[in-house]
Design a protein around this ligand. Structure first.
Ligand SMILES: Cc1cc2nc3c(=O)[nH]c(=O)nc-3n(C[C@H](O)[C@H](O)[C@H](O)COP(=O)(O)OP(=O)(O)OC[C@H]3O[C@@H](n4cnc5c(N)ncnc54)[C@H](O)[C@@H]3O)c2cc1C
Length: 506
């Protein structure tokens, strides 16, 4: 197969032209091809630059500076029936992809997920969004697919890893658009990702993975040598050789249990803030002028005494209530595949170093409860950004997309004096980068679940430093943030287990 680079199209040109351009570059007619990579070059007149894959005979004769031979590496695990039971606790991206790989390699895999399957979970989330009735086990954070199921399902990551292609292949095999393989900043959308995850679960069931949905791991069982030998759930007791812990960043009670069991846990820096909302048209005009006829994104960074940055920006999306505990308020963002709400939203976060709190979970819960106490309901505190800067409180310029309504609140009461100065400087800086950011924006919050306040320490073999057989993984263990990085971490853990078995058997 040939990889042909540097084929360009103007942004408004039809991709049908690619075949002709490819043929011209190779000097021969081409029947079919696939897009391997597509990126935007906006240095002069904006163009899309493509890398294309094409099957041909006599590959050598076409080789040039822009044409090379491409060989896809087979990353699938070698199947071998293994007498070893792995329990995966938590079925978010880390849990899904570790279970997938271990099953592929022939391990016996049991998955325990405290939340429900997506069909049931959707009803619980809908009831919460419409009527404010929260199920603490089945919500935006908990259930089949984990926290990213009700999200934008952006697949961006800064990590370079050959297993990214493996993960994207699995998404595509289960119904995702091929585009996710080659588009920069690919996203799936909440509507699509839910169906894809359901299909992945069904594939795993067909492979013999044993699923226990709506069953919470309550306790880990450790022997006298501090080796994991099983778990207790709210429904029974199960033995295992390895326990993979993919519990996400909202599993407060499970973390308390791990602490009581003496598992080594460290404190980690966190970030807090709010969501900002703007008309999507403002972002499109200021960013790239709607070059691609799609909702544009932005990434903003401000380096003051502390870092302030935009996070999890959702073009054409909506702000959602993302709490998992009653009497708290937590915001986040999601969008559908079409990204057509007409509204842009993003978290704006300030870093809080670990020296500023004793217990990160307590610190975050206090803020979440403070917001609820002010509101007296699940209506989220909200303010115009210019009012926040000026310390005033006026009716919102437009209603927020947040489902459960908002209540006017002065966010000057939310942050410390020192952090307020930094955040306001950051917002002024963002307004210089995107004019109108202050005057046309509203803020809704608080946003407190962007990163986990702890790390469950693990050694170079990815095992807990003081509990053998225990593999902490993903966001809740402090080793990932986002769908791709947590999926990759799950695969890393599965590979470590496969490797250790192969070493033992040698
Ligand atoms: C609204 C929202 C939007 C997001 N949007 C994006 C996005 O667009 N792109 C992106 O990359 N990231 C996004 N994220 C972040 C991303 O979803 C997370 O980083 C990722 O899901 C973390 O993966 P994980 O597998 O570590 O844990 P999680 O996905 O949090 O999954 C953990 C699972 O463990 C279960 N669990 C917890 N405790 C127990 C227990 N004791 N027993 C059994 N099960 C348990 C939970 O129910 C949960 O389902 C978003 C998050 C949210 C909340």
């Amino acid at each position: 197969m040939l990889l042909v680079r540097n084929i360009k199209l103007k942004v408004k040109e039809d991709e049908k032209l690619l075949k002709r351009k490819l043929g011209k570059k190779l000097g021969t007619a081409v029947d079919s091809f696939t897009i391997y990579k597509k990126s935007l070059d906006a240095r002069k007149e904006p163009v899309y630059v493509y890398q294309l894959l094409v099957e041909t005979d006599n590959e050598e004769r076409y080789l040039s500076a822009d044409v090379s031979i491409y060989k896809k590496t087979d990353l699938h695990a070698r199947y071998k029936k293994r007498d070893c039971t792995c329990i995966v606790a938590g079925y978010g991206p880390a849990g899904i992809f570790s279970a997938y790989r271990l099953a592929e390699a022939g391990f016996r895999v049991l998955v325990f997920e405290k939340g429900k399957r997506i069909a049931e979970r959707e009803k619980d989330v809908q009831r919460f969004f419409e009527r404010g009735i929260l199920d603490e086990s089945s919500n935006v954070q908990f259930g089949e697919g984990g926290a990213g199921t009700f999200s934008d399902a952006k697949l961006t990551t800064r990590i370079r890893d050959k297993f990214i292609e493996y993960i994207l292949d699995i998404f595509i095999e289960h119904g995702a658009d091929e585009k996710i393989r080659y588009e920069n900043h690919a996203h799936i959308g909440t509507d699509e990702i839910r169906r894809i995850i359901e299909r992945i679960t069904d594939s795993l069931i067909a492979r013999g993975v044993e699923f226990h949905f709506a069953e919470e791991m309550k306790e880990i069982i450790i022997d006298d040598n501090r080796k994991i030998c099983g778990i207790k759930t709210d429904q029974g007791e199960y033995e295992c050789d390895h326990l993979l812990l993919g519990i996400g960043h909202s599993a407060y009670t499970t973390v308390q249990m791990l602490k009581e069991k003496g598992v080594h846990i460290e404190k980690k820096d966190i970030a807090i803030g709010f969501r900002v909302e703007h008309p999507q048209s403002l972002i499109d005009e200021r960013q790239t002028g709607s070059l691609i006829g799609e909702a544009n994104e932005y990434f903003l960074r401000y380096k003051g005494e502390k870092g302030v940055y935009s996070f999890c920006m959702c073009p054409g999306g909506m702000v959602i209530p993302a709490m998992s505990e009653k009497d708290t308020i937590v915001t986040n963002g999601m969008s559908y595949a079409a990204r057509d709400s007409g509204r842009a939203n993003s978290a704006i976060l300030i870093q809080i170093p670990k020296e500023e709190f004793t217990d990160g979970y307590d610190y975050l819960h206090e803020l979440e409860r403070k917001a609820y106490a002010y509101s007296g309901s699940y209506k989220a505190p909200a303010q115009n950004i210019d009012d926040f800067i000026n310390g005033s409180l006026n009716e919102l310029k437009y209603p927020s997309t947040y489902h459960l309504g908002t209540i006017l609140y002065d966010f000057n009461d939310f942050f410390t004096e020192k952090d307020l100065v930094i955040i306001k400087d950051a917002l002024r800086d963002f307004d210089r980068k995107i004019p109108g950011f202050i005057d046309e924006g509203i803020m809704v919050g608080p946003e407190t679940r962007s990163s986990c306040p702890i790390r469950i320490s693990r050694n170079v073999e990815y095992v807990s430093v003081n509990t053998s057989g225990l593999y902490p993984m993903g966001e809740g263990a402090g080793y990932g943030g986002g769908i791709m990085s947590c999926a990759l971490d799950g695969i890393r853990i599965a590979n470590a287990i496969i490797f250790s078995h192969e070493q033992i058997q040698k």
